[in-house]
Design a protein around this ligand. Structure first.
Ligand code: CP
Length: 305
């Protein structure tokens, strides 16, 4: 692999390879001394045009734990604010001989365009409403760690599917790994034909009744209502959304008794998820954050190691 732009063009075998390497990286970050030397002499630049807490910080820590030199640029504090184009910006970074550019951008397809214009490896850290591959990989690793398998599981993804790059990457990844995916949202938040992204016909189903989607699920994944991307009122109010689609204790009980609860975060507590569910016994949201570092170490090692 030269780049990681999305899970649409990554095979099940490659996903397995990344998840195996993530397990190795997880043992490394559990040590007192987390420092490893396998990326010494390599440079990683985090270029973020959109805000981030988890992804940006975990890529920085992942690079540093593996011994790489890591630099961070936020678009707001770079020459982008003087009108420099995306291509000029990444060519500048490339001219400094960065080995890896980790990129988040508000436009779908931005990471692909960058990959066609630089010598460095490019990792998509989220492009518009398209893909967020390392988020889906850490979600799959968290499922694997908890359930011991992905194949044959029922994963219910509930929330703002329309604006979610996390949903798209998970549909590609989970169905390649043999899971079945149920998507639940108001009809206005479900793009027509999204179930066709599934890699096996019939392995992704769409529901506008959240309770129907949750019945018998092994994994429940809540998604954030992306208020910053809503251009029109796609549901009556946040309160109405919480009442009809929010994941609460009663709805979680429709899933299997040993179901796990995931959310990529940041969360709108009280909107798509209640605090008692987010902080409850079935929640693995904090494990997802830890696994985010391990999965990003694995991806950096695969691309630059
Ligand atoms: N899940 C996720 O991408 O979080 P950040 O926006 O904080 O990076």
């Amino acid at each position: 692999m030269k780049h990681l732009l999305g899970l649409s063009d990554v095979s099940a075998a490659e996903i397995r390879q990344i998840l195996d390497l993530t397990a190795e990286m997880k043992t490394l970050i559990k040590r007192d001394n987390k420092k490893d030397s396998r990326l010494i002499g390599k440079s990683v630049v985090n270029l973020f045009y959109e805000n981030s807490t988890r992804t940006r910080l975990s890529f920085e820590l992942a690079g540093k734990y593996l011994g790489a030199d890591v630099a961070n640029i936020a678009a707001s504090s770079s020459s982008v604010s003087k009108g420099e184009s995306l291509i000029d910006t990444v060519k500048t970074i490339d001219a400094m001989r960065a080995d890896v550019i980790v990129m988040r951008h508000q436009n779908s397809g931005a990471a692909k365009i960058v990959s066609e214009n630089v010598a460095a490896s490019v990792i998509n850290a989220g492009d518009g409403m398209n893909e967020h591959p390392t988020q889906a990989l850490l979600d799959m690793f968290t499922i694997l760690e908890s359930k011991g398998r992905i194949e044959g599981l029922k994963v219910a993804i509930v929330g703002d599917i329309a604006h979610s790059r996390v949903a798209r990457s998970n549909i590609y990844g989970l169905t390649k790994m043999g899971a079945s995916v149920s998507l639940a949202a108001p009809a206005t938040l479900i793009p027509t034909g999204i179930e066709k992204l599934a890699q096996l016909p019939g392995s992704c189903a769409v529901y506008t009744d959240v309770e129907e989607a949750l019945v018998g699920a092994d994994v429940v994944m809540g998604l954030r209502i992306q208020r910053e991307r809503l251009k029109a009122a796609l549901f009556p109010s946040l309160g109405e959304y919480a009442k009809c689609f929010g994941i609460n204790d009663g709805r979680l009980r429709l899933a299997k008794p040993d179901a796990i609860l995931l959310h990529p975060a940041p969360m709108n507590r009280g909107v798509e998820i209640t605090t008692s569910v987010a902080d409850g016994a079935q929640s693995l949201i904090e494990s997802q954050v830890t696994n985010g570092v391990a999965v990003r170490m694995a991806v950096l090692e695969m691309l630059a190691g």
